[in-house]
Design a protein around this ligand. Structure first.
Ligand code: PLP
Length: 349
């Protein structure tokens, strides 16, 4: 860390939005339930489900950097935005976090959602979970079918941005999950935070850090953070919950390289190994799996820890599997990055 608290001379400025540091907790009963000796390999949970701001999980760390640029032009030199524009699924945690941050700062949010309006389905479905929170936080939402959302995306976004401008607003756009190079800094900072916490807790040995991979920003930030912080005996393992192991690891690689290039970090591929643990997506994104659901149930019953079936349950299933099959290194502490997502849980496991 540099004087003034910067991690690196090229770290962009951020707005403080999250409640940091988030706690790190050791869990043992969950391991015992799975027949894993908790004294042999310690398991810590980095509680990023507790970043604050409308139970925002991992997204708020990325938003600290993105919103600083939107408002103050910290990177693009423009600033002055009054409307945060982003996109995601109908129940997107990222869109909800963006709406919460906008409300907190007196900005507007415009959310471009993939999927149908639940009220217009036959039979109509509940306007609940993150969608309800989007509305409560004052977010303006629009629904787009897969053809439009995945088709000419640029034209769709131009229409949305044009609409904001026509109404007199100043939009600032960032893509799915806030997973762009600027957003990656959120998890660069998280790695430094975690390393300091483990040090204070008396752990100076190797660490196998596991995180969920959806739009790749969290994983990429952790990979860059490990390299910048000089944590040569750490491993960062992403557990994909969408796509294939190849598309997800390529996505993380691309974002790591972009972050290094854009902020002139000088990192090579050797400095930034990208590792994924395959086999926990199941039939697809947001489709629950028996292993993921069992992890959700066991974590809740043994530790009072709330996971979700789309992201953290599948990731924890991967961690428990890794710990019981020798994937985890002997002598390493395992850290599970809890990235939030509790609203995906309701009525589904
Ligand atoms: C709760 C939760 N965990 C993990 C992820 C994955 O993070 P990322 O999109 O940065 O890969 C997401 C986002 O999609 C999420 O909402």
């Amino acid at each position: 860390m540099l004087p003034g608290g910067a991690l690196h001379p090229n770290e962009p400025a951020r707005l403080r939005l999250a409640d940091l540091p988030t706690p790190v907790e050791r869990v043992t009963r969950l391991l015992s339930r799975r027949g894993i000796d908790p004294d042999r390999v310690p398991l810590f949970v980095k509680r990023d489900d507790r970043t604050g701001l409308g139970v925002s999980g991992n997204k708020v760390r990325k938003l600290e950097y993105l919103v600083a640029d939107a408002v103050h032009g910290t990177v693009n030199g423009v600033g002055g935005a009054d409307t945060l524009v982003t996109m995601g699924g109908v129940q997107s945690n990222h869109c909800r976090a963006t709406a919460a941050v906008a409300a907190r700062l007196g900005l507007k949010s415009r959310l471009v959602l993939r999927g149908a309006d639940p009220r217009e389905q036959e039979p109509p479905m509940a306007w609940g979970g993150n969608l309800l929170l989007d509305e409560l936080f004052g977010g303006e939402v629009s629904f787009h079918d897969a053809k439009e959302y995945n088709g000419d995306r640029e034209a769709m976004l131009m229409r949305v941005l044009g609409g904001v401008k026509q109404a007199g607003g100043v939009p600032y756009f960032f893509g799915t999950g806030g997973s762009v190079s600027l957003g990656s800094w959120g998890y660069v900072r998280c790695v430094y935070e975690l390393a300091a916490q483990l040090d204070t807790a008396g752990w100076s040995g190797p660490v196998d850090l596991f995180c969920c991979v959806g739009s790749c920003g969290t994983h990429a930030g952790c990979v860059v953070g490990r390299a910048l912080a000089g944590l040569a005996d750490w491993r960062v393992v992403g557990v994909p919950v969408a796509g294939t192991a190849k598309t997800m690891s390529d996505g993380t690689r691309e974002l790591v390289d972009e972050t290094s290039a854009e902020f002139e970090l000088g990192l090579t591929e050797t400095d930034t190994p990208v590792e994924v643990l395959d086999g926990f997506v199941g039939p697809g994104y947001s489709i629950p799996t028996p292993q993921g659901d069992a992890a959700v149930r066991d974590a809740a019953a043994t530790e009072g820890l709330v996971l979700d079936p789309t992201y953290t349950g599948k990731t924890m299933a991967g961690v428990l599997h890794a710990m019981s099959t020798g994937f985890v290194r002997d002598g390493a502490a395992v850290v599970f990055l809890h990235s939030g997502g509790a609203f995906g849980l309701m009525g589904s496991v």
